[in-house]
Design a binder for this molecule. Structure first.
Ligand code: UDP
Length: 328
């Protein structure tokens, strides 16, 4: 039985990866420090013999007994609200955490896949973004702690590959959504859906002309799985290229949820990218991958999930407006 370590296992993507690799017949070793993750995302796996969980902060030395075939490094805060709340941890997990896991991969002779992000392109001047684009990042802005940690992460990963011969893979993940997103992580989809469920107005930041392209989680996981199993060592964009303005997206959510509330406009956070759309030619060509789930279907499934959350949870996670803090 192949053994895989998944960091950030109690998070949104980490927990879906645990499910996938369990389904594929792997022995899954899940690791998380629960700063942003939640054990309820993986508690259904605890009864399985081929699943184990370690509560550990990967910025400290990482030890896993026994053999390891694969490592997936998915531990990191991943939303602008989180970077503002825990900027140092965000930097550390992308930099020191990645260093520790690359060291572990080298020691165990394991293949390691690193979760990078479209954020490494910053506020892009090339559209759609190809893997060859170097990006336009503000190092000292509020998103800098995430963007630069992820850029460093790619560099150190390539260095371990070239210098130590470690088998590495780098996925650049674009906006992904689905069940188990944290309702209060500040991202636009949980924000709008939470607001619709609480009967609040939907907060569009700026004039809403900025664009994003949203990928359903099942598609994202399939792309990551294929990349891990491929022999391609340079970064690959995995995301859905169907782009929409945030203003139009708010209207879609109003229709989907049936809310009678309206859209209200708030200040645009600093360094909020104006447009984002992955060029997925490489993923198509190398992995034979492209997304299958359209926005309508994916959003419906995601809203079904948010509807199952309790009233208390909805109230506890009331939308927080960080735009003022962003501006400092
Ligand atoms: N956004 C918004 N209202 C919200 C939350 C986010 O208009 O309540 C906007 C945000 O300014 C950004 C887009 O939605 O332009 C996507 O934001 P998210 O945080 O989901 O992802 P990211 O900016 O990291 O792509």
């Amino acid at each position: 039985m192949k053994r895989i370590l998944i960091t950030g296992a109690a998070g949104f993507l980490g927990s879906h990866l645990c499910d996938r690799f369990i389904k594929e017949g792997f022995h899954v070793i899940a690791m998380d420090n629960l700063i942003t993750g939640d054990l309820k995302n993986i508690e259904h796996l605890f009864k399985l013999e081929n699943f184990e969980y370690y509560h550990h902060d990967v910025t400290k030395f990482v030890h896993v007994p026994g053999e390891l075939d694969y490592i997936l490094h998915f531990a990191s805060p991943a939303s602008p609200i989180d970077y503002l709340k825990i900027p140092i941890q965000t930097l550390k997990v992308g930099a020191l955490g990645t260093h520790n896991l690359l060291g572990l991969a080298k020691e165990k002779n394991a293949r390691i896949l690193i979760a990078s992000t479209s954020e490494i392109y910053g506020d892009p001047l090339v559209h759609p973004q190809t893997e060859e684009y170097y990006g336009n990042v503000n190092t000292i802005g509020p998103r800098g702690v995430y963007d630069e940690a992820k850029r460093f992460q790619e560099s150190i990963t390539m260095a371990y590959h070239r210098f130590h011969g470690v088998e590495t893979r780098i996925v650049r993940i674009f906006n992904t959504y689905g069940p188990r997103m944290r309702l209060n992580d500040g991202r636009v989809i949980p924000a709008f859906m939470g607001q619709a469920l609480r009967g609040e107005d939907l907060t569009v930041f700026g004039d809403g002309s900025q664009t994003r392209s949203f990928c359903y989680v099942d598609d994202e996981i399939e792309g990551i799985y294929r990349l891990l199993m491929s022999d391609y060592t340079l970064p690959v964009n995995i995301g859905n290229p169907h782009e929409i303005t945030i203003r139009d997206f708010a209207e879609e959510i109003i229709k989907l949820t049936g809310t009678t509330q309206k859209v209200i406009y708030k200040d645009l956070p600093q360094d909020d990218p104006m447009q984002r759309q992955p060029d997925i030619s490489k993923a198509k060509e190398i992995l034979g991958w492209e997304p299958k789930v359209g926005r309508e279907e994916g959003m419906r499934k995601t809203f079904e999930y948010f509807k199952t959350l309790s009233k208390e949870e909805l109230e506890r996670t009331e939308h927080r407006d960080f735009t003022k803090r962003n501006k400092k």
